[in-house]
Design a protein around this ligand. Sequence first.
Ligand code: ATP
Ligand code: MG
Length: 675
Amino acid sequence: MTETLENLLHESRRFVPPPQLASAANVTAGAYDEAAADRLAFWDRQARRLDWAQEWTRTLDWSDAPFARWFVGGRLNVAHNCVDRHVAAGLGDRVALFWEGEPGDTRVITYAELGVMVRQAANALTDLGVGSTDRVAIYLPMIPEAVVAMLACARIGATHSVVFGGFSAEALSGRIIDAGAKVVITADGGYRRGRPSGLKSIVDEALTRCPVVEHTLVVRRTGQDVGWTAGRDLWWHDTVATASDLHEAQPFDAEHPLFILYTSGTTAHPKGILHTTGGYLTQAAYTHHAVFDLKPGTDVFWCTADVGWVTGHSYIAYGPLANGATQVMYEGTPDTPHQGRFWELIEKYRVTILYTAPTAIRTFAKWGDDIPAQFDLTSLRLLGSVGEPINPEAWMWYREQIGGDRCPVVDTWWQTETGGIMISPLPGVTRCKPGSAMRPLPGITADVVDDAGASVPAGGGGFLVLREPWPGMLRTIWGDDQRFRDTYWSRFGTGTSAPGSGARAANGGGTALAEHGWVYFAGDGAKRDEDGDLWLLGRVDDVMLVSGHNISTTEVESALVSHPAVAEAAVVGATDPITGQAIVAFTIPLGDVDTAGEAGEKLLAELRRHVADTLGPIAKPRQILLVGELPKTRSGKIMRRLLRDVAEHRSLGDVTTLQDSTVMDLIATKMDEPH
Ligand code: ATP
Ligand code: MG
């Protein structure tokens, strides 16, 4: 992958931190040196942000690599750290959640009230026989009870597995069975796109295949009729809301399993990613503090992710609450009842920090600048992006149209597996480049390597790896240690040999040779520019090989999005008899662009030329289709795998994790039209 396109590296725009933010920043440039000087001592200090019932005796035990143990011997309770200790510190009246339902109903929940709810739920679960060796599945809409359920499990040491409220009965039962969950916490339904959608009915169907489930706990959200299995099903309001709110939290071992989360399924069979207690919470709390510069008591933080995605775990439930943040939580879709809903909520709650996904940002851009312009967004001071590579033009739009050209944009790279943000600007330090996630955070050792595992020089591209273990790393794939080794640890440095000679780690200026042979392969491609900053290129499975050249889908997509007529684009490599793979692009034009007849033909020719001009003739798409929507997962990621199926005229693979499965039919029809 070293022979790559040059384009992204020529971005010359730079954005320095606003002086006010920089002078009061939670984390300053010294943190990089501090962490580079002694990485374990650095993490040791970060772990002290939390309340521990018992000190650890060793920061990291890596003797059984790649199975890590962090903060060995330490004991703590996650729910105590996220709630009780704030109340004990006199902050019980601080708002934890400003919750807004899609229909416009609201709830304001303070830390003291959250504490009551969590303790009641902990007691109710205990009464149902749930203990620290059990798993609980959570299948809820974006309502406060989702956070309460997670914290209640954490409080009693039960391992939770949150499943997206949009997943099918089949996807749900697969996850329940794999995790061996004994209880399922759900709701009658939730509101999406202005209508109540059913959840309990899906649980009922899923449970016909899951005999191990003893109980369901059902929150009444919509009031719709639900099926009921006596003895198995219990209402939350009968069980939890009537339970005692006295509950003594027991500390658990730092390595006690906190949760299993199945990856979104952009690729095939989902993996149950296991996270544990002390290291995960340390990582979530530190990264939230560092990347979002959160000032508890002043800031209003809003992460728009669903709790069914890892972003909702680390940056709604655990990181912000561990830091005593005040947050907005929203149940519904961004266009219900109107396309200005997000901006309306920012205005209403005076949100200061917004964290959302590139797909959402591109959609907002498509809807038009005049929509956010109708709202007062001056409370915002920091913007974050996560989930996919953000194209430079989408980054610029976000900064200018939402951030008033004053808020820094932090593009944060991480994965379900990493537990927290790994690569991101520090908002008070970094001179940001649009489209670049910049540097690994203090304490993280990321690198870009070639096929042989050797670091690529500045200007080169290759595979993104992490060279040193970090506290929030996944501990294994639930029930499948071998798959854990194979997937993440066997591509480079099998643990038997040191990485290629001269390997330099991009740890923010310092250089270090990993003294062990274990290298975590993230599955993503990246480039390192002349300044040493990192540019994420998407998954390596998505890299196209066209006439012997590696071309990343991200680069072609960014070139298309940089054309003024384009809102969003997805690119795949389809098998081609001449070039090996040929580039096929699916492009959403901006709302007001004329695509009918001859105008459409002209636009297509112009777009192909535009890509060739931007990236070079080798990157010119063989075919561009204008489409109305792209297939996305519920976490907002484009499913290129399905587009590849269409481009190669194959029948579609698994579509169960799609947000809207009808999108694929429309695209497939379009593909078959003569062109
Ligand atoms: P699966 O592994 O089942 O296919 P997934 O990888 O989509 O699912 P997540 O763990 O939620 O599930 O997503 C992590 C991936 O998202 C990263 O590996 C990367 O490809 C992409 N990603 C996340 N944030 C960024 C970012 N800021 N820039 C580029 N890519 C990102
Ligand atoms: Mg993944």
